[in-house]
Write a protein that binds this ligand. Structure first.
Ligand code: ADE
Length: 272
C-alpha cells in the first residue's frame, strides 16, 4: 500500500481535503494510508519548543534539528523518499509525481517558520521540493498537493480519467477546451465542429486549440514542444539532437527555465 507519513506541527489539519472526493474514498478503501506525526510530541522541554532564533541573527524562527531529527527517526525506518516541502526546493513536476506514485510512498516534512536547521536536512537526507514559485505559510498545503497528485495515479483510484489527462500532458500541450450540454448557454453555442460527428475534424480542432492555448499561456512548454517535433523531412532538429545528453544536460535546452512543467517526461517517441 502507498504510504504517506506527514510530519507537521499542525497535525489537526490533516487529512483535510485529502479526506474528501477520490483521495478520501481511496483512503477509506485502503488504497493508500496517511500517518500524521506531530513534531511537537518530540520536544523535551516543558513548553514543547520546536523552534529557536536563527544563528547569526535575523527575523523569524528556525525549526530545531534535534526535535525534528527525533520525529523523523521515529517515523521512517524504511527507504521511502524523504521530502521537505520548501519554496527553495526543486520544482515538483508530473514526472516526479509519477515516479513517487509507483514507489512505496513518501515521508513529507512540513517546514514552518523561516526554515529548518540545515543540519537536519543533510543529516536525514531530506530532499527539498517546491510546488511553485510563491511562498506559503508552511509546507502543509504543499504536502497535501503532492499527496493528491500521487494518489490520483494509484491503480483504481481514478479509472480512465487520469490517463486521458496525462496523455494530453505527455505531448507537452495544455488541455483543449471542453463543452457539454446545453447546446447554447447564455447565447454561447458549443463550437459547431464538436457536434458535427466528424472525428477527424474534431481531433484536428482539439489539437489546434491545445497548441493555441499552450503558445499563448506557456511559451516555455511551447518552445519545448516545438523542438521535439520531427522536421518535415523526418530528420530531427538541432535542438532534439543537442538534447540527447539527457536530462539536465543543459546542452541546447530550449526553454530558458526548464522548470516544473507537465511536459517534463518522455515524449511518445522517447524524445524530449
Ligand atoms: N512552503 C512554503 N512555500 C512552499 C512552496 N512554494 N512549496 C513547497 N513548500 C512550501
Amino acid at each position: 500500500m502507498w504510504r504517506a507519513s506527514v510530519l507537521t506541527i499542525f497535525p489537526d489539519i490533516f487529512p483535510g481535503p485529502l479526506g474528501a472526493s477520490l483521495a478520501g474514498k481511496a483512503l477509506a478503501a485502503g488504497a493508500w494510508s496517511l500517518d500524521v506525526v506531530d513534531i511537537r510530541a518530540f520536544a523535551t522541554d516543558k513548553h514543547r519548543t520546536v523552534d529557536d532564533t536563527p544563528a547569526g541573527g535575523g527575523p523569524g524562527m528556525v525549526m530545531k534539528p534535534d526535535v525534528l531529527g527525533r520525529a523523523i527517526d521515529a517515523t521512517a525506518a524504511d527507504d521511502r523518499p524523504r521530502l521537505l516541502l520548501s519554496p527553495r526546493g526543486t520544482p515538483l513536476t508530473q514526472a516526479r509525481v509519477e515516479a513517487l506514485a509507483v514507489g512505496a510512498g513518501a515521508l513529507l516534512v512540513c517546514g514552518r517558520f523561516e526554515g529548518v536547521d540545515e543540519r537536519v536536512i543533510a543529516g536525514r537526507g531530506l530532499e527539498e521540493v517546491s510546488i511553485g514559485d510563491y511562498v506559503l505559510s508552511g509546507g502543509e498545503l504543499a504536502a497535501m498537493v503532492l499527496i493528491d497528485a500521487c494518489v490520483r495515479l494509484l491503480p483504481g483510484v481514478m479509472g480512465d480519467e487520469a490517463s486521458r489527462t496525462e496523455e494530453s500532458f505527455s505531448e507537452g500541450l495544455l488541455e483543449y477546451p471542453q463543452y457539454t450540454r446545453p447546446q447554447v448557454w447564455e447565447g454561447r453555442p458549443i463550437p459547431e465542429v464538436l457536434t458535427s460527428g466528424d472525428h477527424g475534424r474534431i481531433a484536428a480542432w482539439r489539437r489546434e486549440e491545445a497548441e493555441r492555448l499552450t503558445e499563448e499561456r506557456r511559451p516555455d512548454l511551447w518552445i519545448r514542444h516545438r523542438s521535439a517535433q520531427p522536421l518535415p523531412n523526418g530528420e530531427r532538429s538541432q535542438a532534439q539532437r543537442a538534447g540527447e545528453g539527457g536530462r539536465n544536460s543543459g546542452v541546447g535546452s530550449p526553454s530558458p527555465a526548464p522548470q516544473a512543467s507537465p511536459s517534463d517526461r518522455p515524449l511518445p517517441g522517447g524524445e524530449r
